[in-house]
Design a protein around this ligand. Structure first.
Ligand code: ATP
Ligand code: MG
Length: 449
């Protein structure tokens, strides 16, 4: 595939005086049939209504690399309102960056209006252009030409426009050359672009990992010093970005990139502090690898599991403090869990449905050992048993000694009722005497999440 791209680089592309490289049909591997139904219909619908429209971004990049695009994005000179008027099932979304979602069955096409540069004179309309003192774009809704739009995109490989009607690629920022050289290069001055939108740094880590590309020197250099700007991004947006980082099937490579670029600590400050510890380091790496394996095997994954693993190191440390104060192991685990979640949601706003599941997975770590009597059967029928069991195996894979608890539960699931009873009968008897809970102090208000 890349050889075919190289061919286009070698002699088939044309360069207009100041415009893009034009790569005509036959000189690149994309054909109009590669477009999804939604992408084709959005482009043709907009063109029939008198606008221009191109397929752009990750789908062009991925098709050139022989990868299956995750989604299709369309760029047009029609304003969001004009786009909405063309399609029945269209919805304008976003305030910082207004776009239109056009729905075709289960497919959603993101349609963006060509963006332009922001002038220094402040805009009268605060919904079009607004910038923070640090240079962050709080509103990025100034519309412009396709040339301007290309220079407002993040990386050169994401600034290639494909026109299905003439089957031609318009490469505005030497993206083809960077694809060939496996280089991720930001468009424009890197520090300025990261100040405008610090999330671009996370995107750099994600694309470098996904595509196995190197960041070019100028793209890489300002990241560590700009990393703290991520503190200005809303926790809701960072949670969404964190899912793209963790749930793409390349979580381990992405995690390594995030650490190398000193971005991991921005997203997970409590965990980052503990990564010097070999066990914690192994646990996080293993959680990422397991998630990738599941995604690549088309098994179900939940953000709750990976977040439960990411926050396990600070939870264990925090729990020690409660235990040292005399609290029971289970109570200490629950309180420590609430504490670490309370801190984490300031960075990434984990929705309640996931934090609830994380707490259940953690809770069960303290209870999986209590197998006597009816306990094992009760635990086995718990809706989170499977996730908790996987989590136990993860802890063991990372090197934690659990006296064979994982193997015990593996066997328990494989055998019949009689053998289960025998397994339980063979367990050491629970220590007698203390049946009730240890008296505990009232939880302090500041520990409640
Ligand atoms: P994928 O969909 O595979 O994750 P993508 O490159 O398509 O990758 P999207 O988030 O779908 O990423 O964005 C579509 C395009 O919009 C990008 O390719 C890029 O051109 C542009 N873009 C997205 N986010 C930004 C940003 N923060 N700054 C500048 N341009 C962006
Ligand atoms: Mg995309």
């Amino acid at each position: 595939m890349l050889k075919r791209i190289a061919k286009t680089l070698g002699f088939k592309k044309k360069r207009t005086a100041s415009g893009p490289h034009i790569v005509p049909p036959g000189s690149h591997p994309i054909v109009p049939e590669d477009m999804s139904r939604g992408a084709s219909e959005v482009v043709s619908g907009l063109e029939q209504a008198g606008y221009t429209a191109y397929v752009v971004g990750g789908c062009v990049r991925d098709l050139l690399l022989g990868l299956k695009p995750k989604d299709f994005d369309v760029a047009t000179n029609a304003t969001p309102e004009e786009v909405k008027a063309v399609f029945r099932r269209a919805q304008i979304i976003g305030r910082r960056f207004r776009i239109v979602h056009v729905r075709f069955g289960r497919e959603v096409i993101e349609v963006t209006t060509f963006r332009a540069h922001h002038t220094n004179s402040p805009s009268k309309d605060k919904n079009l252009s607004r910038q923070s003192k640090e240079g962050m774009l709080l509103r990025d809704n100034v519309f412009g030409s396709i040339d301007e739009d290309a220079s407002r995109r993040d990386f050169s490989i994401n600034a290639m426009y494909y026109h299905p009607t003439d089957n031609t690629i318009y490469d505005y920022a030497d993206g083809l050359q960077d694809l060939e050289q496996k280089t991720l290069r930001i468009i424009g001055d890197a520090a300025t672009r990261y100040r405008e939108d610090p999330v671009r740094m996370l995107r750099a880590a994600r694309f470098a990992a996904k595509l196995d590309f190197q960041l070019d020197q100028k793209t890489f250099a300002p990241i560590p010093e700009c990393a703290a700007l991520l503190g200005d991004i809303s926790s809701a947006r960072l949670f969404d970005e964190s899912l793209k980082l963790l749930m793409s099937g390349m979580a381990f490579a992405t995690y390594q990139q995030l650490c190398q670029l000193e971005l991991f600590a921005q997203l997970y400050p409590q965990t980052a502090q503990l990564l010097d510890d070999d066990f914690y380091q192994a646990l996080i790496a293993q959680a990422m690898r397991n998630t990738d394996a599941r995604i690549n095997n088309r098994q179900r994954v939940t953000p709750a599991f990976i977040y439960a693993a990411l926050l396990w190191p600070p939870l264990v440390e925090q729990r020690k403090q409660y235990i040292a104060k005399g609290d029971s192991p289970l109570y200490s685990l629950q309180q420590a869990g609430s504490d670490v979640i309370h801190q984490q949601i300031k960075r990434t706003a984990i929705p309640k449905r996931f934090t609830a599941m994380m707490k259940e997975i953690w809770d069960l770590q303290a209870r999986l050992n209590k197998r006597n009597g009816q306990n094992a059967a009760r635990l086995f029928s718990h809706p989170r048993f499977r996730a908790a069991y996987d989590f136990l195996l993860l802890r063991e894979q990372a090197g934690e000694q659990t006296e064979g608890l994982g193997d015990w539960w593996t066997l328990y699931q494989e055998v019949d009722e009689d053998e289960r009873e025998a397994m339980i009968a063979a367990l050491p008897k629970p220590k007698s005497g203390k049946r009730g809970r240890r008296p505990r102090r009232k939880p302090k208000a500041d520990h409640a999440s």
